[in-house]
Structures are given as structure tokens and as C-alpha cells.
Write a protein that binds this ligand. Structure first.
Ligand SMILES: Cc1ncc(COP(=O)(O)O)c(C=O)c1O
Length: 370
């Protein structure tokens, strides 16, 4: 195993453990103060080692976006795994039911009667009972049933199914997470989460026990955790942060700095023939380009990255700032953390320049590596 960053072949994915641990401490202290639980989202890291660290820090479980993520976390011994995405395919339903068999604390989320019918039918055939949250569409227009009467109807269908048990609601407001400006974000998230809280009350008035209402994103963690009726947060990006999130602005600040960037792509300057630029070995295969934010050189003000192809990036410098030299190493804060992690099989957990551990990104494939 490489023992220092200098030993690593580039491009390489790094975690700065000091910043990563500070981010975990910060979100848990906010959750504890607000009296809500955290079921952090593994879509960000897809890594069992990280899931275990979050459980050790006090998470009530781990949220997952894919069946492979759920499989990796359950096989890694993590309890309270929630699949937040809908599934309608028989293969995925059977894989989730196999996880339920192994660990009854696994939960699925459902947002349509057809999902329920397929799940209930397979659960009945295999004599299993499965816990679910109802997924609400509170404005994201992506997945889930509408809040209010439509959700109540689905809850009644769950009750009638017999072997599918309702544990609560999930309401991810993706349209609120990156709203620029704190005050605007408060308005957007309170409106969205308010619909979920009202739905929780409606179900309770109709006799349902609704212990869980899971909401939240990194951009709204401190807004949502203060809303009465919310029981869990399911934030993910807070672990790593990225430039897309930093641009949304914080409470009274242009840059959102509640969490520190802890994920970096390490690169090497591999060409310096020109006076106005150098080339590094990180292009679009090494850093996800899915958002407008750009990779930002860490601790190197005045240097800028420009995409120049699959394997390469161009570095330019402001007037008066020296360009890096051939063979120099540069680290970049990434534009978007989740899809960047998804490009790598391993992440190097570093303390300063030392590589303390190498963690497998276990669930980046359709079936996990563990
Ligand atoms: C369903 C769901 N929950 C939670 C999250 C976590 O959001 P964030 O990474 O912004 O904290 C996401 C992110 O896309 C999501 O899709």
C-alpha cells in the first residue's frame, strides 16, 4: 500500500480525513441539538468503510440509491439500510427481499400502487414481511406519490397488503437543496417539507403509526432539522462537499462553508512546453463534468483548470502567479462529488501527506464488489 500521497499514481481520489471527520462531527452535533436522527446517504460515497464510520458516529442507518449500494451496506453488517429509489423490476425486488431475509431492518420506499403490488406479491410468495416508507413528491417532480390524499390512499393499500408494513414517509426535496441564497433556500425547503409534515399528520389522524419522516439534503440540513415533525435527515454530500454546493451561498456568506471540502483529485503536471499553461493528467475521465462548477486547485489561488479532453486538463495562472512545474502535484476540489466518486474503484484516506487507508468504492457497479 502506498504510504504517502507522493507514492500514488495519478489521477487518484483522496479523502482528507481531518476535514471528513470534522464534517461528520458537525452534522451529528446539529442533529443531536435538533433532536433528529441521521440516516446519511451512501449515494455520495458507495463505500462500506464510510458507512461503518457513520454508524459508529451515531447514524440510525444508511440511505442508498441503488440495490447494489443496499447490498454492499447490508453485507458490510450495517443495520437500518433504506433504499430511497423506487424499484419495479422483478430482479431488483427479489434482491431486496433477499436482503430483508438477511436483515429485517432493511426498508424500501414506494411511491406507486404498482410498486406496492409487485413487492407485496413477491413478499407473499417468499413468506417475507417488508418495511417501507412512502416516497412523497414534494416538488422535485422526480419520484413518489403526491402528498395528502394520494399518499393516504397508498398508505391504506399498504395496510391492506398484509405483508408490507408502513414505517413512515420519505420526502427528498432535490429542488430545494441547491437554491442559491440562504433565505431563498429556507422558503423553498420549508414549503416542500411542510407538505410532508402535513401528510404525516393526515396519516396519523387516520390511525397510522408514522414513526419516520426522512427528509433533507446537505444544502438544507439546518433548515429541515428544525422543522417539527421531521424525524430523520438523509443528507449525503456533507461528507465531501463540492464546488457546486459551495456556490449556493451560506447564511450571510457568498460561499457555503458549513462543511469543508474533504474529497480531492490528485493530479500531476505532465507537460509544460508553453509559457501560458501547463497540462495535468486529469480530464473528464477523472473528474465528473455534470455541473457548471469547475475543479478548483486546492490551496493554489490564481490557478484555474480548463477541460481539454478525456485524459487532460489545462492549468492557467492569473498575472503574477507562477505556473506549476513539470512533475508538480496539484489537488482539486471537485465540481460534483457523487459522480466523481463513481469514476474510481478506490479512495485513499489521507492524514496530511500520509495515506492511512485505501477504501474500496464497493457499490459503483450494478453488483457490489463485496
Ligand atoms: C433521495 C435523496 N436523498 C438524499 C440525497 C442527499 O442529498 P445531498 O447529497 O445534497 O445531501 C439525495 C441526493 O441526490 C437524494 O437523491
Amino acid at each position: 500500500m502506498p504510504t504517502t500521497k507522493a507514492d500514488l499514481p495519478t489521477p487518484a481520489l483522496l479523502i482528507d480525513l481531518d476535514a471528513f471527520e470534522a464534517n461528520i462531527r458537525h452534522i451529528f452535533s446539529q442533529c443531536r441539538a435538533a433532536g433528529v436522527s441521521l440516516r446519511p446517504h451512501a449515494k455520495t460515497h458507495k463505500c462500506v468503510e464510510i458507512g461503518r464510520r457513520l454508524m459508529a458516529a451515531g447514524a440510525v442507518g444508511i440511505s442508498t440509491a441503488t440495490v447494489a449500494e443496499a447490498e454492499a451496506m447490508v453485507r458490510g453488517g450495517i443495520k437500518g439500510v433504506l433504499l430511497t429509489s423506487p424499484i419495479v423490476e422483478a430482479n431488483k425486488i427479489d434482491r431486496m427481499l433477499a436482503l430483508v431475509e438477511r436483515d429485517p431492518t432493511v426498508m424500501l420506499s414506494i411511491g406507486h400502487k404498482l410498486e406496492l403490488d409487485r413487492l407485496a406479491a413477491r413478499a407473499a410468495e417468499t413468506h417475507r414481511t417488508v418495511n417501507v416508507l412512502i416516497d412523497l413528491d414534494v416538488g422535485d417532480r422526480r419520484t413518489g406519490v403526491f402528498p395528502g390524499e394520494a399518499a393516504l390512499e397508498l398508505a391504506q393499500a399498504v395496510k391492506a397488503s398484509g405483508n408490507v408494513k408502513l414505517r413512515g414517509l420519505q420526502a427528498y426535496a432535490g429542488h430545494s437543496s441547491h437554491v442559491k441564497g440562504y433565505d431563498e433556500r429556507v422558503k423553498s425547503s420549508q414549503t416542500a417539507v411542510g407538505k410532508a409534515v402535513e401528510t404525516r399528520k393526515l396519516l396519523e389522524r387516520h390511525g397510522f403509526d408514522v414513526p419516520i419522516l426522512s427528509v433533507g439534503s446537505t444544502g438544507t440540513y439546518d433548515i429541515d432539522s428544525r422543522i417539527a415533525g421531521v424525524s430523520d435527515l438523509q443528507c449525503g454530500s456533507f461528507l465531501f462537499m463540492d464546488n457546486h454546493y459551495r456556490m449556493i451561498g451560506g447564511r450571510g456568506s457568498a460561499v457555503y462553508e458549513d462543511f469543508k471540502p474533504s474529497l480531492f483529485v490528485l493530479t500531476t503536471v505532465i507537460s509544460s512546453a508553453h509559457t501560458d499553461r501547463v497540462t495535468v493528467d486529469a480530464g473528464i475521465k477523472a473528474v465528473s463534468t455534470c455541473v457548471q462548477a469547475v475543479p478548483e486547485p486546492k490551496d493554489r489561488p490564481g490557478l484555474h483548470h480548463k477541460w481539454t479532453g478525456d485524459e487532460f486538463g489545462i492549468i492557467t495562472a492569473d498575472a503574477g502567479v507562477a505556473l506549476p512545474k513539470l512533475g508538480d502535484r496539484l489537488e482539486f476540489i471537485v465540481p460534483h462529488c457523487d459522480p466523481t466518486v463513481n469514476l474510481y474503484d478506490r479512495v485513499h484516506a489521507c492524514r496530511g501527506d500520509n495515506v492511512e487507508a485505501v477504501w474500496t468504492i464497493s457499490a459503483r457497479r450494478e453488483t457490489p464488489l463485496v
